[in-house]
Design a protein around this ligand. Structure first.
Ligand SMILES: Nc1ncnc2c1ncn2[C@@H]1O[C@H](COP(=O)(O)OP(=O)(O)OP(=O)(O)O)[C@@H](O)[C@H]1O
Ligand SMILES: [Mg+2]
Length: 407
């Protein structure tokens, strides 16, 4: 029989369906690896689909006693660099990881080029915001950076972590997390149950239950979810948690495994400005723990914009700027565009770089002028120098071992 979340008591346990104790299933999942683990995860997920969750037992006793100390510190951050990244749509082509090792193809048809020869850098302790008008290529760039592009797209260029070439999504996923634009949760689970479930599935099988529960408490604390930890994510059409809390829960799920890099597509979409600010403040504190955060964002308020450290502006798939946020103004001024007084700079940059269909020729000419201007500027020279410094720095490279996740 369904038991409302508010009536759950310490010592209760929860169960998936009638006969399948979640503990047994999760233990089965976490005690194996490889293909076998995959099939057990699928069984577990299927059982959730067919049997709606029934709350006979909630395992909360183990959690209540664990201190909520926030001691989780990332020792070494990482720097992500990308050079000459090009994404080309080609219906016949299949996504080949090996293409990443090649330079840009010479015969790419420009009309199919979604991302055109873009380089950049994202560092630890910082948020890099990818901005541009709708359709400029923000999501395509973010997806290319974490190997999530659609199969009909060809990706060329080099992506490196601390100067080490990344060849596959597997290599990157062991040190990174991806917060999707649309939250996908089992709606009848509470916030804490969602995290227990995610911890059992995502965290390495060698990590003890106690450590997993401790980590859950840490992320609940870090993401400010304590107040709503026993609310359902979304139940019977009645919202259990707010939009901002739901978005923070998405971050919480991703940081359970302590990723060094976090990719987020439009973390504030659909949220009002106040809640959006609280989500970006959360991102900021995650960055301050040593993470490298890369997000796309369409139209941030000026308060949100000030929280970003670095800006990557794209226009029609081309790079218009990548550098510290406080240098962007100077660059636009050097191109003849001055942010008006009391104007949100983010809005000004996006507006200036937007393609205007009704004035196609002038618009394209203006955008080309700005992007070419950036490529010839000192700001671009600085960017290429920064990328080279990271890639040439041997001690930097030694800091990261992509296979040491969760150790
Ligand atoms: N798989 C694909 N095949 C062909 N074209 C694509 C594909 N994915 C994206 N595009 C095109 O690439 C361009 C950039 O799309 P993208 O989604 O990256 O833009 P965006 O800047 O994220 O826009 P928004 O702010 O609306 O989310 C668009 O013109 C889009 O139609
Ligand atoms: Mg997008």
């Amino acid at each position: 029989m369904f038991k409302p979340h508010s009536s759950l008591k310490k010592g209760d346990r929860f169960r998936l369906g009638n006969n399948s104790g979640v503990d047994d299933q999760l233990d089965a999942v976490t005690s194996v690896s490889g293909r076998s683990r995959c099939s057990k995860v699928n069984t577990l997920l299927n059982s959730i689909k067919v049997t709606s969750l029934k709350f006979g037992m909630i395992e909360s006793s183990a959690l209540e006693d664990i201190s909520s100390s926030n001691t989780n510190e990332i020792k070494h951050g990482v720097t992500l660099t990308w050079e000459n990244l090009t994404v080309v749509s080609d219906k016949k082509a299949t996504f080949k990881i090996s293409n990443l090792l090649r330079k840009k193809e010479k015969n790419c048809s420009s009309k199919n080029t979604i991302i055109n020869n873009v380089s950049g850098i994202a560092q630890s302790n910082e948020i890099l915001a990818i901005m541009g008008a709708s359709g400029a290529g923000k999501t395509s760039l973010l997806n290319a950076l974490n190997f999530r592009n659609n199969q009909s797209l060809n990706v060329y260029g080099e992506i490196k972590v601390n100067g080490q070439l990344i060849r596959s999504q597997n290599e990157l996923s062991s040190i990174s997390g991806y917060v999707q634009q649309n939250d996908l949760f089992i709606e009848s689970l509470t916030v804490k149950e969602t995290l227990i479930f995610q911890a059992m599935l995502r965290m390495d099988k060698s990590i003890s239950k106690e450590k997993r529960f401790k980590r859950i408490e840490e992320v609940i604390h870090d993401l400010n979810l304590k107040k709503c930890q026993n609310f359902a994510v979304d139940i019977q059409g009645k919202k259990g948690v707010s939009g901002g809390e739901k978005r923070r829960l998405a971050f919480a799920c991703e940081i359970l495994t302590d990723p060094l890099i976090l990719f987020c597509d439009e973390p504030t979409s659909g949220l009002d400005s106040f809640i959006a600010l609280s989500v970006i403040e959360c991102m900021k504190s995650l960055a301050k723990q040593g993470r490298t955060i890369i997000c796309t964002i369409h139209q941030p308020s000026s308060e949100i914009f000030e929280l970003f450290d670095r800006l990557c502006l794209v226009s029609d798939g081309k790079l218009a700027f990548n550098g510290p946020i406080n240098k962007c103004n100077q660059f636009f001024e050097s191109q003849g565009y001055q942010v008006p007084v009391n104007y949100n700079p983010a809005e000004f940059y996006v507006k200036t770089l937007a393609f205007v269909p009704s004035d196609k020729e002038n618009s394209l000419e203006k955008l080309k002028k700005i992007c070419d201007g950036y490529e010839k500027s000192d700001y671009y020279q600085n960017l290429t120098r920064e990328i080279k410094e990271v890639c040439d720095n041997k001690s930097f490279q030694d800091r990261i071992n992509m296979n040491t996740k969760n150790e």
